[in-house]
Design a protein around this ligand. Structure first.
Ligand code: HEM
Length: 236
């Protein structure tokens, strides 16, 4: 009888310690909940695009439509880049591992808005004139930097599928995807240069601080542990 009581006490203790070790609350979202979060985030990330379509259809772009749409798409490219870069630090600080499943989608949205921003420059600003484009990239440093930032995003978007991760292998894939750090720094430089002419650094300073903190955290972790938190998959 005494033995039985002891056995049941030790079973209860083992269960309690297992429960204590299991992640709780937001750290342990079920796959269904993660899918729901992904859908909501997808809709939210698409809103700026829908807003642009709506403003276009109702002729609300203002006096300079090209400037309005270029600025809007440029800003959203940067916002999506910052959100993508925020995933790893957030995941590490909170222990919410499911956050990694949002990263690929955010990165692809950054590319989506970046592509619109770039296509506007190609088609509307430069009128598909290749010579004019080359001259612009060559002559205007802020365009040179923006152009480089976008070009670096192309291999990241192209290798964002699970198949490409398998083909490249985790290590090579990870090394390639570190290009996103260069993209973020160049994007800030592009924005900064653009605003330098008007001596208006208010907003760009905020983005620069965010990028500095997000990259700084990685450097800090890397310096302390010898490596950045290990995130091998592209996130489903
Ligand atoms: C990662 C890539 C890029 C990011 C994050 C980015 C971001 C931005 C941002 C935030 C602005 C300023 C928005 C504002 O004034 O409120 C801007 C402006 C601009 N960007 Fe980019 N950009 C990128 C790539 C490019 C590329 C590839 C081009 C063309 C080759 C380009 C051309 C321009 C132009 C022409 C403007 C000035 C718009 C105006 O004021 O009329 N950008 N960009």
């Amino acid at each position: 009888m005494r033995g039985e009581r002891m056995a049941s006490t030790s079973n209860a203790a083992a269960t309690a310690s297992r429960v204590a070790r299991q992640p709780a609350g937001l750290a342990a979202l079920s796959p269904q909940r993660v899918r729901a979060v992904k859908i909501v985030l997808w809709l939210l990330a698409l809103l700026p695009f829908i807003r642009l379509l709506y403003l276009g259809a109702t002729e609300q772009y203002g006096a300079n439509p090209l400037e309005f749409v270029t600025r809007s798409t440029g800003t959203w490219t940067l916002v999506m880049l910052c959100l993508t870069l925020a995933i790893t630090p957030l995941r590490r600080l909170t222990g919410w591992n499911w956050l990694i499943r949002l990263r690929r989608m955010l990165g692809l949205f950054a590319f989506f808005y970046g592509l619109q921003h770039f296509l506007l420059w190609i088609g509307v600003d430069r009128g598909f004139d290749l010579a004019y484009m080359i001259k612009d990239v060559y002559k205007r440093p802020f365009i040179t930097v923006g152009f480089t930032a976008f070009v670096l995003m192309v291999p990241l978007a192209l290798t964002s599928t699970n198949g490409m991760v398998r083909r490249l292998g985790g290590k090579r894939w990870q090394a390639l995807h570190r290009l996103v750090y260069a993209t973020a720094v160049l994007a800030i430089l592009h924005y900064w240069w653009h605003k330098a002419g008007k001596n208006d650094f208010g907003e760009v300073s905020i983005y620069a601080t965010v990028v500095f903190v997000l990259l700084g955290m990685r450097v800090w972790w890397w310096a302390r542990k010898g490596r950045v938190p290990d995130v091998r998959q592209p996130a489903a």
